[in-house]
Design a protein around this ligand. Structure first.
Ligand code: SF4
Length: 374
C-alpha cells in the first residue's frame, strides 16, 4: 500500500473548497457517471474524502476554471487533489453501480428510473415534470428538472412497479442503504404526496429499504400519516431560501407557498415521522444572509426539523448558470455554528432514517457534525 498523502486542509474545509470551486478532472471517466440536469443539485460527481462521500461540481462554469485539479486515479483508485504544486488531499471515486447495467422487462435502462447518489443512496424523481417549470416567470431559477428528460436520460413518470424492481436490484447488487424519492410538483392539491405514497408502498413491498419522500407541503396535513402508513420513513419539504424576498426572486412560483405554511406543515409532520426525521434543504449563496439562515435553522431545530444547508451550485442551462457559488468562508461561517446548534438540539444526520440529511453528500455539514462531536 502506498502511504496516505498529507492533507493540508481539515476535511470539512477541503470539502467546502471543492464544493464552492468545483474541480477539474484529469480523467473525466474516473468513478461513476456524473449527473447532468434533473431535479435538485446536478452537474456533480461523487468523490470520497476522508471517509465521507460528497458531490463535487465538475460540469459547472466555475468548475471549468477551478484552481483544484484531481489527478488520474492510481492503481488503487486513489487520486490526489492539487492546487498548483500543493497536494491538498486524496479522493477516491465510488464505482459505477452494477444495477446501471440492467433493463426493465419493457426495455428501459434501470439508470433512467433511479440513480446512485453519494455512496449508498438510490435517488429518483418519480414525476419528471413540474407545474412550476412550465413558465419562465414561475420556474425555480436553479432547477434543471426538464433537462435530463429532454436529453432522454430519464423517463417522465416512473411507475411504482418500475421503482420497486430497480430498488430491489440496487439493494441486492450494490448494497444501497436508503432511497430518496423526489417529485416535480403535479397540478393536484396533494402536491405529489399521493404518487410518493403509492411509490413508497410498492418499493416497501419488494425490499426493506428506508425511504425519504420529498414534496411541497400538501393541501392537507392528513397526507403525512398517509405517506407514513405507505412506507415513507422520513420527509423533506424544501424551503430552498429562507427570506420571502429571496424566495420570490429565485422561485416565484414556489414562493406562493409561504414560509409560514412550511412552518405549519413542519409542525404537523414532526409528530408523524419523529423528531429529526423531517428535514428541509436550504441553498446558501442565493442571497440569504448567514444570520437569516442561522435564525431560520434555529426555528427549524426547535420544531425538530433538520435544516440541511448546502452550497448553491449553478447548473448549466438554468437561469442561474452564471450565479456565483458561495465562498468557502461563507459556508464555514454557517456550517460550524449550525453543527453546534444541531448538537445542542439533539439532532444528528446519522440518526435520520433516509434522505439527503443522512446522505450528506451535497454539503460539508455532516463532516462539521462529526468533527465537532470528536
Ligand atoms: S444529499 Fe440528497 S441530493 Fe445530495 S447526493 Fe445525497 S441524496 Fe442526492
Amino acid at each position: 500500500m502506498k502511504p496516505t498523502l498529507p492533507t493540508a486542509l481539515p476535511p470539512e474545509q477541503l470539502i467546502n473548497e471543492l464544493q464552492s470551486y468545483g474541480v477539474r478532472l484529469v480523467d473525466p471517466k474516473a468513478g461513476a457517471d456524473s449527473r447532468r440536469g434533473g431535479a435538485g443539485p446536478s452537474d456533480h460527481k461523487a468523490m470520497t474524502i476522508d471517509g465521507m462521500t460528497v458531490m463535487v461540481p465538475v460540469h459547472t462554469a466555475p468548475a471549468f476554471e477551478s484552481p483544484y485539479l484531481v489527478e488520474k486515479p492510481d492503481a488503487f483508485g486513489r487520486s490526489r487533489v492539487r492546487r498548483d504544486d500543493l497536494v491538498l488531499g486524496e479522493v477516491t471515486f465510488p464505482l459505477q453501480p452494477a444495477f446501471y447495467g440492467l433493463k426493465t422487462a419493457d426495455g428501459i435502462p434501470y439508470s433512467k428510473i433511479a440513480v446512485l447518489h453519494g455512496a449508498d443512496v438510490l435517488a429518483t424523481t418519480v414525476l419528471q415534470t413540474c407545474i412550476r417549470y412550465q413558465s419562465r416567470t414561475k420556474t425555480c431559477q436553479f432547477c434543471a428538472i426538464g433537462q435530463s428528460l429532454a436529453a432522454g436520460r430519464t423517463v417522465e413518470r416512473k411507475t411504482p412497479a418500475q421503482l420497486a424492481e430497480v430498488a430491489e436490484a440496487a439493494v441486492r447488487l450494490d448494497g444501497v442503504k436508503h432511497m430518496v424519492m423526489t417529485t416535480g410538483t403535479p397540478p393536484t392539491r396533494d402536491r405529489g404526496a399521493a404518487i410518493l405514497a403509492e411509490s413508497a408502498a410498492a418499493v416497501k413491498a419488494a425490499v426493506d429499504l428506508p425511504i425519504q419522500a420529498q414534496c411541497e407541503p400538501p393541501d392537507t396535513d392528513a397526507w403525512f400519516a398517509r405517506m407514513k402508513d405507505a412506507g415513507v420513513d422520513a420527509l423533506g419539504m424544501h424551503l430552498e431560501a429562507v427570506t420571502p424576498e429571496v424566495r420570490k426572486a429565485i422561485m416565484p412560483g414556489k414562493a406562493e407557498v409561504s414560509v409560514e405554511r412550511y412552518m405549519e406543515a413542519f409542525a404537523a409532520a414532526v409528530p408523524v415521522f419523529g423528531r429529526g426525521q423531517v428535514s428541509t434543504y436550504i441553498l446558501a449563496g442565493l442571497g440569504d444572509t448567514r444570520e437569516a439562515i442561522l435564525a431560520m435553522s434555529e426555528r427549524l431545530i426547535a420544531l425538530g426539523v433538520y435544516p440541511f444547508v448546502v452550497p448553491f451550485v449553478p447548473i448549466s442551462g438554468t437561469p442561474l448558470e452564471s450565479h456565483p457559488t458561495p465562498a468557502p468562508g461563507f459556508m464555514h461561517e454557517i456550517l460550524k455554528p449550525l453543527a453546534a446548534m444541531l448538537r445542542a438540539g439533539g439532532l444528528k444526520s446519522t440518526d435520520i432514517k433516509a434522505g439527503c440529511g443522512k446522505c450528506g453528500a451535497c454539503s460539508a455539514l455532516s463532516t462539521y457534525e462529526r468533527e465537532g462531536a470528536a
